[in-house]
Design a protein around this ligand. Structure first.
Ligand code: SF4
Ligand code: SF4
Length: 179
């Protein structure tokens, strides 16, 4: 008499175990879907809802024009070459009676192309005259990428949104301060 019960071949056993894993994975995925379905959304429905960025967020670079000496250091240090500066020299009277006439640099153009800027902050760091500052302002998107080139007037307007610097930590020294 022959045995009517057939045992699974090795191939069938592998297929069954793969199917079991797939079902287990699918049920696990559905479990995650069900769990997250009833949690409140973490995304913000911008622009209907707005979050306040952290105070020192790198939103946009603001220019304090009166501090800029047209030294070009920021433009030369920018890895993206997205700062465009033009200026000219002007003669000014001597500060003291009998002194020599002074030559000063006057800023004509200071543009930053935010379509190229990578927000590295090097320009802000290298400016020796404290003319560039980070502002947390972030709402300056434009319908066209070509309009992301902002001039010194716009950069100057953002200066009003720069947060007041926190006082230095105890023991910290002001750069250039005399001891
Ligand atoms: S943040 Fe960096 S990339 Fe942007 S303008 Fe300054 S130096 Fe250039
Ligand atoms: S480094 Fe500062 S002072 Fe010099 S050009 Fe740039 S913003 Fe002006």
């Amino acid at each position: 008499m022959t045995d009517t019960h057939s045992t699974n071949s090795p191939l069938e056993a592998v297929a069954n175990s793969a199917a079991a894993k797939q079902v287990k994975g699918m049920l696990g995925g559905l479990g995650v879907t069900l769990r997250t379905m009833f949690k409140p959304a973490v995304t913000v429905q911008y622009p209907h809802e707005k979050e306040a960025p952290p105070t020192r967020a790198r939103g946009v670079i603001a220019l304090k024009e009166e501090n800029c000496t047209v030294c070009m250091l920021c433009a030369r240090s920018c890895p993206d070459w997205c700062i465009y500066i033009e200026g000219h020299k002007e003669k000014r009277p001597a500060r003291r009676e009998g002194g020599r006439e002074r030559t000063v640099s006057v800023l004509d153009r200071f543009d930053i192309d935010y379509a190229l800027c990578m927000y590295c902050g090097i320009c802000v760091e290298v400016c020796p005259f404290d003319a560039l500052h980070w502002s947390p302002e972030f709402e300056y998107s434009e319908p066209s990428i070509a309009h992301l080139l902002h001039d010194k007037d716009r950069l100057g307007e953002w200066e009003a949104t720069v947060p007041v610097a926190e006082p230095l930590e105890l023991g910290a020294q002001v750069k250039g301060a005399k001891k």
